[in-house]
Design a protein around this ligand. Structure first.
Ligand code: S3P
Length: 168
């Protein structure tokens, strides 16, 4: 079993919360985007640009499969990982799945204008965030635990996840 799986939309804090939680638990931290990047030697952004989203999703599925076989680690996934039924099944079987959420306005503020999120490229970012959130609402709502991080500091979120996991 993995210690915990952090999932949810881009910029909900999965990676930062995951790193800090892993440090507190004395566990290793594994990020599925980083697994994809180390396996391919390319960035997620380049994979999207050169090979398209379906190819990225196939690589992501392999990374999820690898992460789920690791014992005691804290896992953070990419924001779209839960859209895939196979990933949902695997993750739910591997450990407690915690979905981090935040309001669209807060997500926009945290995301800024960076170009490293291919799914937000072009157009009005707030509109795009709302569209993606709406299309993903059902997948995110199926997580075992949901934490709204709007207005919370990273260490508050870490503490909440830690108590959720400890209370199992
Ligand atoms: C994606 C989120 C990204 C990354 C890829 C696709 C998504 O991860 O996996 O750009 O579909 O929401 P983060 O949530 O860590 O930004």
């Amino acid at each position: 079993m993995v210690a915990v799986i952090l999932t949810g939309f881009m910029a909900t804090g999965k990676t930062e919360v995951g790193r800090q939680l892993a440090a507190r638990l004395g566990a290793a931290f594994v990020d599925t985007d980083a697994l994809v990047e180390s396996a391919t030697g390319r960035t997620v952004r380049d994979i999207f640009a050169q090979d398209g989203e379906p190819h990225f999703r196939a690589l992501e599925r392999e990374a999820v499969e690898r992460a789920c076989r690791m014992d005691g680690v804290v896992v953070a996934t990419g924001g779209g990982t839960l859209l895939d039924p196979e990933n949902r099944r695997r993750l739910a079987a591997a450990g407690p799945v915690v979905c981090l959420t935040a309001s669209p306005e807060e997500l926009l503020r945290r995301l800024g204008g960076g170009a490293d999120r291919p799914l937000l490229a072009g157009g009005d970012r707030l509109v795009r965030i709302r569209e993606l959130l709406a299309s993903r609402a059902e997948a995110y709502a199926g997580a075992a635990h949901i934490i709204d991080t709007t207005g919370l500091r990273v260490d508050d979120v870490v503490a909440r996840v830690q108590s959720l996991v400890a209370g199992r």
